[in-house]
Design a protein around this ligand. Structure first.
Ligand code: URA
Length: 207
């Protein structure tokens, strides 16, 4: 149980896994990547965002969510009254799939244990899953994001200590960019406000 572990110990434990990820050859995606993208942020974060997989810009920089979708995620994080450094951001896959196609089942399987170990170390209070692959993988369900978003879920027993963590599924920011409607923006903001309530966060300017 890492919930009482110091932030320094958590950072060191995450660094060890990052080294493994950067050298990982468990699935064929390592052949096409520039570098692995492990994840970044506060090792002791209450809130973790989980996306799908690195895209082109993430593969180039070695950091998660730094392309267009990442810029939108940053805006959402700021709207919650948080900074990027306050939260932790990672993906289901740590290597970029060719042409940004969806993760394949065997790739998710190969990468899975890295995410489980990250979550065990960070021990967040809330996980926000972004889009279908992250939501369905973490909740071990085939139900789609349209039905699950905005409703609190509990993490199943993916690994020791992980069962029961609160999960809020919401739309992926890349989807939001493609379908930038008032309706979709309102839905995502409602979902994130539920997260703010759960974490006792107030929007900037209202404290
Ligand atoms: N989309 C994702 O799912 N993850 C990233 O890191 C960037 C874009």
């Amino acid at each position: 149980d890492m919930s009482e572990t110091s932030v320094e110990a958590k950072a060191a434990a995450l660094e060890e896994i990052e080294k493994e990820v950067l050298a990982c050859e468990r699935c064929p995606l390592h052949k096409g990547r520039t570098q692995g993208v492990f994840g970044e942020g506060n090792p002791d974060a209450d809130l973790v965002f989980v996306g799908e997989a690195p895209g082109q810009e993430e593969d180039r920089q070695g950091r998660p969510f730094v392309g267009r979708a990442g810029q939108l995620l940053d805006k959402l994080i700021h709207a919650m009254g948080l900074k990027r450094e306050d939260v932790y951001i990672t993906n289901i896959l740590k290597s970029r799939p060719p042409n940004n196609r969806s993760p394949a089942a065997d790739e998710v399987e190969a990468c899975w244990d890295y995410l489980v170990r990250q979550l065990q170390i960070i021990a967040p209070k809330v996980i926000v899953t972004l889009g279908n692959p992250a939501t369905q993988t973490l909740l071990d369900t085939r139900t789609g994001i349209t039905r699950l978003r905005g409703q609190w879920q509990k993490l199943p027993l993916l690994g020791e200590g992980l069962a029961g963590i609160d999960v809020m599924p919401t739309y992926h920011p890349a989807y939001l960019l493609r379908q930038y409607t008032t309706e979709n923006r309102r839905k995502v903001w409602e979902d994130l406000q539920k997260v703010m309530d759960a974490l006792g966060l107030e929007p900037p300017g209202e404290s």
